[in-house]
Design a protein around this ligand. Structure first.
Ligand code: S3P
Length: 434
């Protein structure tokens, strides 16, 4: 599906971003792992998170959707899932990486996983390797891709140092630790999103953090009661970037997650000169808070200067780095992102697709092995961008179009469905005429 986004007048208005995708996946999975019913509000209604609801249904949970959008009651099977199921993860990498952690330690069970064509190119060995060290049995295509089968086995706790900062891998190992004997320790090279730790702590698991070490002991009953899913900072980031780039804009984002492990993009944008006012959570490395804080953000357009994003900031803004590249096109001087080789294994190789895509719109941008270098020229011409089936590329193209001189045609706009079906409607609600 092709869509055109023309240069826009100032953006004005108030928005609530759709429910946070990471937390929605976890709300469904952890809700199902509880014995008592869990009420969820703010659940993201999108293709990826529906895949997770279907997965927990297949694993024995009863999910009732409430009358209000995003409200659910999940009555789980508890930590012991139905002993056989086929899980279609669709395009959802988080489901594919987290669910095996829950199932691997349930002896006697057998669960097959598969998904769409794009997910079959994304590696699962990053979770299979630590799970096998814990005693798991996983048969995967070429040892590292979907389709794969998890055969439940007794697990033992391990100490695992993540080769790269990945919240998905960290979460998988911690979840597996619930049913593993003894203690499970995960060591992160850099802090990454911590929703799993917060939920586990709130659900009564024995989990603690000491510097870069997260330690969890075997635990067989979780209790949550309710989970509110705030607006997704990674989705809101597209509107935030549009308001920063389109002259004269001023928008407010309500009920957005203020979790410090998710708001790296806002801090980078502020450093570049953007005016973003809001009560973001201050960094709390070394702690596991029990809550998920929310905030309201007030964003206005303004002149930007280039910046350098170093490896330690990458996990805190991983899904927003394409937008850092876009801001860089409009900034004075160079914008450099380093230590972001993880971008190569996202829904597309996001170093290649962002660099080619923005270059096609007139940007001066070079790929490096682990990031990119953008030379700001104060604006962007426009043209056509292909999404390669990647939702973040689709939304990037739309925002680029509004801020460009000639407009942008996005080829493959339907990709936005997996995380933000209302994206275009929400964007339109901010339009004013020039
Ligand atoms: C996610 C973690 C990140 C992120 C993805 C969602 C999560 O992936 O890119 O969109 O919910 O844990 P990695 O953990 O692989 O960096």
């Amino acid at each position: 599906m092709k869509r055109r986004f023309d240069p826009s007048g100032p953006l004005r208005g108030t928005l609530r971003a759709p429910g946070d995708k990471s937390l929605s996946h976890r709300a469904a999975l952890f809700g199902a792992m509880c014995d008592d019913p869990v009420q969820v509000t703010g659940y993201l209604e999108a293709a990826d998170t529906y895949s997770t609801l279907n997965a927990v249904r297949a694993l024995g949970a009863l999910v009732e959707e409430g009358a209000d959008p995003g409200t659910l009651t999940i009555r789980g099977p508890g930590l012991r899932a139905a002993t056989e199921a086929h899980i279609d993860v669709g395009n959802a990498g988080t489901l594919m990486r987290l669910a095996p952690g829950w199932l691997a330690g349930q002896p006697g069970g057998e669960w097959s996983f598969d998904g769409d064509e794009s997910i079959r190119r994304r590696p699962v060995d990053r979770v299979a390797i630590p799970l096998r060290q814990m005693g798991a049995w996983i048969d995967a295509h070429e040892h590292r891709f979907a389709p794969f089968t998890v055969h439940g086995m007794p697990l033992r706790g391990i100490e695992y140092t993540l080769p790269v900062a990945s919240a998905q891998v960290k979460s998988c190992v911690l979840i597996a630790g619930l049913l593993a004997s003894g203690t499970t320790t995960v060591i992160e090279p850099e802090p990454s999103r911590d929703h799993t730790e917060r939920l586990l702590a709130r659900a009564g698991a024995q989990i603690s953090r000491d510097g870069d070490r997260i330690v969890l002991t075997q635990h067989d009953e979780l209790e949550l009661g309710d989970i509110h899913v705030p607006g997704d900072p990674s989705s809101a980031a597209f509107h935030i970037a549009a308001a920063i780039l389109v002259k004269g804009s001023r928008i407010v984002i309500e009920d957005m997650s203020a979790n410090w492990t998710r708001t790296g993009f806002v801090r980078i944008a502020e450093r570049m000169g953007a005016v973003v006012i809001g009560d973001l959570e201050a960094p709390r490395p070394g702690e596991i808070p029990h809550d998920e804080p929310v905030c309201e953000l007030d964003v206005a357009s303004g002149p930007l200067v280039g910046t350098v994003v170093e490896a330690h900031e990458v996990p805190l803004a991983i899904d927003e780095l394409p937008l850092v590249a876009l801001l860089g096109c409009f900034a004075e001087g160079e914008t450099i992102v380093r230590g972001a080789q993880e971008l190569r294994v996202k829904e597309s190789d996001r170093i290649a697709t962002v660099v080619d895509g923005l270059r096609g719109l007139g940007a001066t941008i070079e790929a490096t092995e682990d990031g990119f270098v953008v030379t700001g020229t104060g604006g962007l011409r426009g043209g056509t961008i292909k999404t390669h089936g990647d939702h973040r590329l689709a939304m990037l193209g739309a925002v680029a179009g509004l801020a460009s001189r000639e407009g942008v045609e996005v080829d493959g706009m339907e990709a936005a469905e997996v995380s933000y079906p209302r994206f275009e409607t929400d964007l339109q609600s901010l339009f004013t005429s020039r």
